[in-house]
Design a binder for this molecule. Sequence first.
Ligand code: C2E
Ligand code: MG
Ligand code: MG
Ligand code: MG
Length: 291
Amino acid sequence: EAKKSGRGTINLFRPALQAAVANRLQLEEGLRNALGNGELQLRFQPQLGRSVGVIGAEVLLRWRHPELGYVSPVDFIPVAEETGGIHAIGTWVLTESCRHLSEWARQAVPFTGHLSINVSAWQFSRPDFVSQVFAALADYQVPPQRLMLELTESALLYDLQETIEKLRALRNHGVGIALDDFGTGYSSLAYLRDLPLDQLKIDKSFIAELSGEMEHPLVESIIDIGRNMGLVVVAEGVETGYHCQRLIELGCESFQGYLFARPLTEEDFRDWLEEEHSVVSFEQMLPMRRQ
Ligand code: C2E
Ligand code: MG
Ligand code: MG
Ligand code: MG
């Protein structure tokens, strides 16, 4: 239908295109002031280990635009990366996360796990990235073990040699490294053995496809690879007891997803922690009890 239509059809697309460009400009313009206007917020989504309870939480950014309402990071992070705004935003996420960790420790909040922050390829590629992380930890007197950095394959593979040096420096200091969205990027696995990592995060697109009746050779392979490399394998996007059950059968023991908690405001996260999500209640979320 679209193919055989002539030049006139372009008009049909123009309004959509104009809207997209206008929206893009609006995002660019808005992002410039977002930090200064206090429009950025952090959410915290718990990560749980099957037999150990809460192991940490992922820090997820939210932008409350004065006219557009909440804009998804999926939409504004790429804009921030292209305009360079990601550096200020990334620094803010890093320092705010460290600030929360030190504040929670002072206030005896029952949280001893790590905070995982997402690091954009652009941020990671900066020559001063590692020293910036060390400085933030030192400023807030946060033990490096309390911080985990989530990086994607595209961020890590840009310059493998430099990546390895940076990761070594971070890990020697005690900072954890997670490979995010695993399974969606490069097809070659050869680089994996060279990267010093702590966690492998299975992308949520794989989890959404899990069902009890089917074989899941891909997810099973991902879990095996991670475990054979001595990594903690974390499934993201775990929404149902069924997902969780199937993941346990496939050998995955750490989870993050709506089944346990959505990304929570600081206040809700602290309430959630106070409610004490014990190992017992964790097992009760599964559809079947196992021996
Ligand atoms: P990600 O790092 O892979 O984060 C996981 C995403 O899955 C989050 O989306 C989270 O809210 C969502 N999620 C968690 N559990 C479930 C579930 O059970 N079901 C479903 N359907 N989704 C679930 P969110 O918060 O929209 O963030 C999207 C992406 O934006 C993140 O993907 C990350 O790549 C990026 N992002 C978020 N915060 C930051 C940040 O501070 N810095 C950078 N550079 N990127 C960020
Ligand atoms: Mg992540
Ligand atoms: Mg992810
Ligand atoms: Mg993802």
